[in-house]
Every structure is written in structure tokens, then in C-alpha cells.
Design a protein around this ligand. Structure first.
Ligand SMILES: O=C(O)CCC(=O)C(=O)O
Length: 262
């Protein structure tokens, strides 16, 4: 069985379950090596499409240089927030299409034909701010709107200091709430925030490299700032039924989605 009764129960009731030790930490290390290579190639002017680099908007990164120094001396990967559209790259495709990953998402989505539509490597370098409380479905104007499932693979340790995820158990039963633009000066492009929900029952999701979080697209979650001196990296994939119609481009005028049956 791909998803145990206990995992299914947790997913339905709380909106998520975790599988500790799901991947060998070497898997995440290979991903990290590859995105560093891509970040450096992009910075030197290479076309790395379909991959797409989103830079940190905070002007004072990298933190190790202090706010007075320019980004000139930083390695390219130190000022990257995320790299999107990675799933066609062999290193990332291997995980996206791993039989046990496909079995999990097929079971959650109740389909024989799942598709990966979003893949993003999140660097969360030292000093980088977290992503505010949100529901992923806010970003997904799809028909049908659900089911959509995310899988979050810890590439490094995720701790309270380096900006782990926090989830609000049971918020998967909420509709998509209004999201307001992240008001922080220097907040990353696309960051929005739920402000009409009591989040006090939230739980941190502490992870070791190779641990996996499987979560519903209505689950309210955030990540906190990285106040440590090391990177907190994660690779995140989102899946829906292959027959889903995606309206992102027509509604938002752009998209980082890339639909790939798995
Ligand atoms: O990993 C993070 O810092 C945020 C990830 C997240 O919120 C998401 O993938 O929806």
C-alpha cells in the first residue's frame, strides 16, 4: 500500500503527514549541487530554461557580508531565493517520478494519472526571511481547484533557528482565505499573507535531511526567518490530476508552472 491508513487519516484530518528518512540525504545533496551549478550558470549569462531563478529581494543578503557591502562579492547561490521549473532536469525528474513518490501522490489525488506541475528548490540562505502564512491553493487557479498535493523534501536540517515550516493542523478544512501582500520592504516577489486566522495552534515541522512532508494545498503554513549561519534548503514538488485545467497564465499574466505527467 502506498499510503498507510494512519497517513491517510492524518492527511484527511490534519492536512499533512510526514515520512522520516524517506530519501537518502545524498539525494538532497545532489540536488543542492545541481542548483548551485544552475545558479552560477544563470549568473554568468547562460540560458538555463525552463529553469527560472528568483533572486532574494532583501538588499542586505548575503548576511555574512553585512548590509553595507554590495552583492558583488557574493557567490550567485547566496542571493538566490528559489529556482523553479526543475522537474525536467534529470536530477529532479528522478525524484519527481520516483515510483514511491508517484504512488503516494496518486493515492492522495485518487488518480492513475498524476502530473507534477510545480517544482521549486528553496535555498533559504542565512538571513533570508521566511514565507508568511499562506495556502498553496491561493496560487493555483485550477479547474477543478482540488485535489492538489505538495511534497516538501528536507535537503538540509530544518530547525527553529534556520526557518523550518510551521503548519496549522486542520486548516485543510478551511476555504482559501483572503491573502494580502507581504508588507515587509524587501519581501520576495509573490509573497502574500493570511491575516484573518488565529494561528496560535500551529506546530513547527522539524526535519532532518531526507525527511518528507506531504501536505494538502489548503493547509495553512509558513516558514520563519533563517537566523542561523547555514543554509536551510528544501525541494518542493506539487502534483494534481493530469486532467486539471490551469488558468494561472490567463488570470495572473505569468506562470512558473510546467505540467509534466509522471
Ligand atoms: O520552505 C519554505 O520556506 C516555504 C515553502 C512553502 O511555503 C511552500 O512550498 O508552499
Amino acid at each position: 500500500m502506498s499510503v498507510t491508513d494512519e497517513q491517510r487519516e492524518s492527511y484527511d484530518r490534519k492536512g499533512f503527514f510526514r515520512i522520516d528518512g524517506f530519501a537518502d540525504p545524498a539525494t538532497g545533496n545532489a540536488m543542492l549541487r545541481r542548483v548551485v551549478e544552475l545558479a552560477r550558470r544563470a549568473a554568468s549569462g547562460d540560458d538555463i530554461s525552463p529553469a527560472f531563478v528568483l533572486a532574494e529581494q532583501q538588499p542586505d543578503l548575503p548576511a555574512r557580508l553585512g548590509s553595507d557591502e554590495s552583492r558583488r562579492t557574493a557567490a550567485p547561490e547566496e542571493v538566490v531565493s528559489k529556482i523553479f521549473r526543475l522537474a525536467r532536469d534529470p536530477v529532479f525528474r528522478a525524484f519527481a517520478a520516483r515510483p514511491d513518490v508517484v504512488a503516494i501522490v496518486s493515492s492522495i489525488l485518487r488518480t492513475d494519472a498524476p502530473a507534477n506541475f510545480l517544482s521549486q528548490f528553496i535555498f533559504k540562505n542565512p538571513g533570508a526571511w521566511g514565507q508568511p502564512w499562506h495556502q498553496d491553493s491561493y496560487y493555483f487557479p485550477f479547474t477543478p481547484a482540488r485535489p492538489v498535493v505538495g511534497v516538501w523534501l528536507a535537503v538540509t536540517e530544518a530547525t527553529l533557528d534556520n526557518g523550518c515550516l510551521h503548519v496549522l493542523p486542520g486548516s485543510n478544512h478551511e476555504p482559501v482565505h483572503p491573502h494580502v501582500t507581504d508588507q515587509r520592504d524587501g519581501a520576495n516577489y509573490g509573497y502574500v499573507e493570511i491575516v484573518d486566522q488565529d494561528m496560535s495552534a500551529n506546530e513547527p515541522v522539524l526535519m532532518q535531511p531526507g525527511d518528507l512532508l506531504v501536505f494538502d494545498s489548503h493547509l495553512m503554513h509558513r516558514s520563519t526567518d533563517n537566523t542561523s549561519s547555514g543554509i536551510r534548503a528544501a525541494m518542493v514538488y506539487h502534483y494534481a490530476r493530469a486532467t486539471t485545467v490551469d488558468h494561472t497564465e490567463e488570470e495572473r499574466g505569468y506562470t512558473v508552472n510546467d505540467w509534466m505527467p509522471v
